[in-house]
Structures are given as structure tokens and as C-alpha cells.
Design a protein around this ligand. Structure first.
Ligand code: BG6
Length: 482
């Protein structure tokens, strides 16, 4: 149990959806669990709210959270509102007056990314990057840039006013309990690591499927697409954790230093190869979540000439001794058959099968790390069917968080915010990781443009485009069932 130092958290863009859904509940739950001693939350936004109104809103944001109304009121009493546009220097001058009695500060950028530059510059110019009396940290929501150039620019701007240890770039996947468990599984057990390489692993599949469509977010999403929205950050984090070498320590520098090497070892996909190693697709009308669903182009706010992909699949190779020749198949999409995030490590078949050709049921051993839902780990293996014949069938060894621990995992944001307050950056992305990810992804994006890679369709509610099946099928492999 950690004690946090007294601090003020400034949330820029506090009237937005993220505060309501994630930040306020996360802060409240940290408070409820006793992690926060003295603190203040200052909402910084344009809308003409008052502190009183912010507190009323805050109370509503806690609906459905555990704890008494009294406890919630106590928490809410720490909320203050600072009304200002992001351009107005007067707003930033008032920051100081909200810090009376507090030495430590965190600035949380939860605004549309178009405002990041302005806010960072203003904070910097007003001297908030330095804080001789305590810490000063900046937390930045995704998306962090939209290609390599813009990500670099943002990093450069940040580094003018903040040093790397003061900068916390959010990837909420790293806050997920099951994602943190990948390292525990690999390095806290002796039996997996010796097999975790090209000699024993046939291929790896990483899937992040969603059943929902773009919803009301077309404005953001159409300028992004699956590659930017999911692969550059979340899928690359899963890939890094799965493929990294053991770090020499669990410090932020130790872990992130190993993770970034994975991204740096990715064999670049040049434009000539882009149609072979990537799939670009979007959903067409179909049936999803129990009802008829429109195609992406018919969603509200999507321009008719959009070429944005809502699905992408990639075949990747890591040029390292450990992984040389082992394909990593990644796929992510909206409006797929179901919501599932998992990493499936497919092992090679035994060198000699004593049981074939009579027993075609013999399957590869697969270790499935279920990130969500049904959080847990399953090992698929083959076993003899009881009886006098030599019959075999795949069976499962199962670990499930629910039944093993019986306590709910904290929300990703709870852990992440607590870590930022404690100055612990292991679960935040470092500058070089962000840039290595963008470098790879930007090359694909320009390859698609140059090759005029078609955006193929897949029906809403399906398991994805045919082309993705062909891509993995070239190797006589198949996607796991969605
Ligand atoms: C966000 C993306 O980062 O992650 C969304 O912008 C996506 O498009 C979401 O839906 C998925 O997160 P989770 O935690 O539901 O897997």
C-alpha cells in the first residue's frame, strides 16, 4: 500500500467524455481505497461551469460506484473548476492560485489532440514545467500524433518544457491487469521461457476484435482508422510484451528498454510488400449485436469518399535471434463477430506423430492469453479419449481470474493514474517506443496510398474479410475462431 504525496491534478478538457467515464471514477476509487491523502482536482475547460456545477456533475459521474453518499461527498469537495479557453494566458496564470498549500502538480491533457500543442506551450511558457518545490508531471491521452512526423513534433515540443521522467503517455491497455500479467506469466514461471522462441513456436496471433461500430465517434475515427487507432498503440504494446527479452529489472527503464527493441526489430513493410503483408478493410452492412447494422460509409459523419479502414490484419516478422522466421499475425477491427482481445501462441507440432494418419484431431498446442473478456489463460493440448482405442482429442487446461482470485481487477485508469501520482512510468509509453511504432505504421499508411491498396469489405458482425483469411492461409495456418 503506497502513500501518495499531496497533489493537485489539473484536468484539461474536463467536460469531456473521458472524465465522466474513466477519470472521475478512477480518482474516486483511489480515494475510497485510501491511496489519496490530500489532493485537489481542478477541471480546466472552456465551458461556463462553476465549481458548484462541476461538483454536481462529478457526483453524477460516480453513480453506480461503491461507497456511501457521504464518502462521495467528501471526495467531491476536492473538486474545483477553472474556466478558461486553452489560448487565454490569464487561465494559466490562475493555475498557481489553485495550488495554495500543495507543492506537487499533475497536468492531464484530456482534450482533442488539436489542443495539445497550445496547452503544452502555454504550460511551458508559464513555467509549469519546472517546479522547484515539488513534482510537476504531464499526462497525455491518445492519440499521440497521427504519423511519425507529428509524433516527433509533439515529443520535441514536450521536451522543451518537460524532461522525459515528467512525461506520462497513456496507453490504457498497459493499465489492464491481464496485460501486466503477460510479463508475470513469462518471467515468473520457469516452464514457458525455454519454449518461447523460434525452435518451439510456430506462430503467434494477436487479436483485438470489437463488436461495436464507430458509433458517434466518426469525426475522430475517420481521420484515424484501425492502424492508427489500435495497432500503433494497443496491439504493438501486446506484441512488445509477448516478444520482449527478459529485462534485467522491473524498472521503467529496464522494461521499456526491452520493449522498444521489439518494435525496432520489426522488419519494415515496404510499399512493394504492402499488399502481401497487410489487409485494409471496412465493414459493410450486416447484422451485429442482435440487430441490423449499417455499413461504415453509411454511419453518421463518415464522408462518402472515405478510405478509412475499420479493420486491418498484418503479417509481421521480428528480425532477432529469438524470433527469426516466426510470423506474428495481428488483426483488429470494429463490427466483428464479438469483442475479444487475446494473444495466442501456437506451438510447433511434435517432430514425429505416432498417432497420425489415423488421428487427424491432433492439434497444435496453443497457449491463449485472454486479455478480455473471460480474463485468463488456456493451454490447448491433446489427450487420449478413455477407452480401448487410441483416440485423441484436444482438451484445455484453464486458468480464470474470476475463479482463482474472486476479486475484481481495478480499472485500467485507476492503476495508471496512481502510477503517475507515484512517478512510476513502467506502464506508460516512452518517447522512443512511440516513435518506433509510428515509424512502422507510417510506412504502411504511405504504402497503401502509393499502391492504392483497395479497402475491401466485410459484413458487420462477421469474422472479417476473406483477404485476411487468405493472408494467413498462404502459410497453411488459420485464424483462431472469433
Ligand atoms: C481506444 C480506441 O483506444 O480503444 C477505441 O480509440 C477502441 O476505438 C478502444 O474502441 C478499445 O478499448 P478496450 O479497452 O475496450 O479494448
Amino acid at each position: 500500500h503506497h502513500d501518495t504525496k499531496p497533489f493537485v491534478l489539473f484536468i484539461f478538457g474536463v467536460t469531456g467524455d473521458l472524465t465522466r467515464r474513466k477519470l472521475m471514477p478512477a480518482m474516486y476509487n483511489l480515494y475510497r481505497k485510501g491511496f489519496l491523502t490530500r489532493f485537489r482536482i481542478v477541471g480546466f475547460a472552456r465551458r461556463p461551469w462553476s465549481t458548484e456545477y462541476f461538483r454536481e456533475q462529478g457526483m453524477q459521474m460516480l453513480e453506480g460506484q461503491p461507497g456511501s453518499a457521504d464518502l462521495k461527498q467528501q471526495f467531491i469537495a476536492s473538486l474545483e473548476y477553472l474556466q478558461s479557453t486553452f489560448e487565454d494566458p490569464a487561465g494559466y496564470e490562475r493555475i498557481e492560485s489553485f495550488c495554495d498549500g500543495f507543492r506537487h502538480r499533475l497536468f492531464y491533457l484530456s482534450t482533442p489532440p488539436a489542443s495539445y500543442q497550445e496547452i503544452i506551450t502555454q504550460l511551458g511558457k508559464h513555467g509549469y514545467g519546472d517546479n522547484p518545490r515539488g513534482f510537476s508531471r504531464i499526462i497525455i491521452e491518445k492519440p499521440f500524433g497521427r504519423d511519425l512526423a507529428s509524433a516527433r513534433e509533439l515529443n520535441q515540443l514536450l521536451s522543451r518544457y518537460f524532461s522525459e521522467p515528467q512525461i506520462f503517455r497513456i496507453d490504457h491497455y498497459l493499465g489492464k491487469e491481464t496485460v501486466q500479467n503477460i510479463m508475470m506469466l513469462r518471467f515468473g514461471n520457469a516452464i514457458f521461457e525455454p519454449l518461447w522462441n523460434r525452435h518451439h513456436i510456430d506462430h503467434v496471433q494477436i487479436t483485438v476484435g470489437e463488436s461495436l461500430g464507430v458509433g458517434t465517434r466518426a469525426n475522430y475515427y475517420d481521420k484515424s482508422g484501425a492502424l492508427r487507432d489500435m495497432v500503433q498503440n494497443h496491439l504493438f504494446q501486446l506484441l512488445s510484451l509477448t516478444a520482449m527479452e527478459p529485462p534485467s529489472s522491473l524498472t521503467a527503464e529496464g522494461v521499456r528498454g526491452e520493449k522498444v527493441k521489439v518494435l525496432q526489430a520489426l522488419r519494415p513493410i515496404t510499399y512493394k510488400d504492402v499488399n502481401q503483408y497487410t489487409v485494409r478493410a471496412r465493414y459493410t452492412a450486416g447484422f451485429s449485436e442482435g440487430e441490423a447494422a449499417p455499413g461504415y460509409l453509411d454511419e453518421d459523419g463518415v464522408p462518402p469518399d472515405s478510405t478509412t479502414e475499420t479493420y486491418t490484419a498484418l503479417e509481421l516478422y521480428l528480425d532477432t535471434w529469438r524470433w527469426s522466421g516466426v510470423p506474428f499475425f495481428l488483426r483488429t477491427g470494429k463490427r466483428l463477430a464479438r469483442k475479444v482481445t487475446e494473444i495466442a501462441v501456437h506451438f510447433k507440432t511434435p517432430p514425429l506423430s505416432l498417432f497420425t494418419p489415423d488421428l487427424p484431431e491432433q492439434a497444435q498446442n496453443v497457449l491463449v492469453i485472454r486479455i478480455q473478456p473471460g480474463e485468463g489463460i488456456t493451454l490447448h493440448m491433446n489427450a487420449k479419449i478413455p477407452g480401448h482405442e487410441n483416440a485423441m482429442r484436444p482438451v484445455n487446461m484453464d486458468f480464470s481470474y474470476g475463479s482463482s482470485f474472486g476479486i475484481p481487477a481495478p480499472e485500467a485508469y485507476e492503476r495508471l493514474i496512481l502510477d503517475a501520482i507515484l512517478g512510476e512510468a513502467t506502464l506508460y509509453t516512452r518517447r522512443d517506443e512511440i516513435e518506433a511504432g509510428w515509424k512502422f505504421v507510417t510506412r504502411i499508411l504511405s504504402g497503401w496510398e502509393k499502391m492504392e491498396t483497395p479497402v475491401v469489405g466485410y459484413p458487420a458482425g462477421s469474422t472479417g474479410p476473406e483477404l485476411a483469411k487468405l493472408m494467413i492461409g498462404r502459410h497453411n495456418r488459420r485464424w483462431r475462431k472469433l
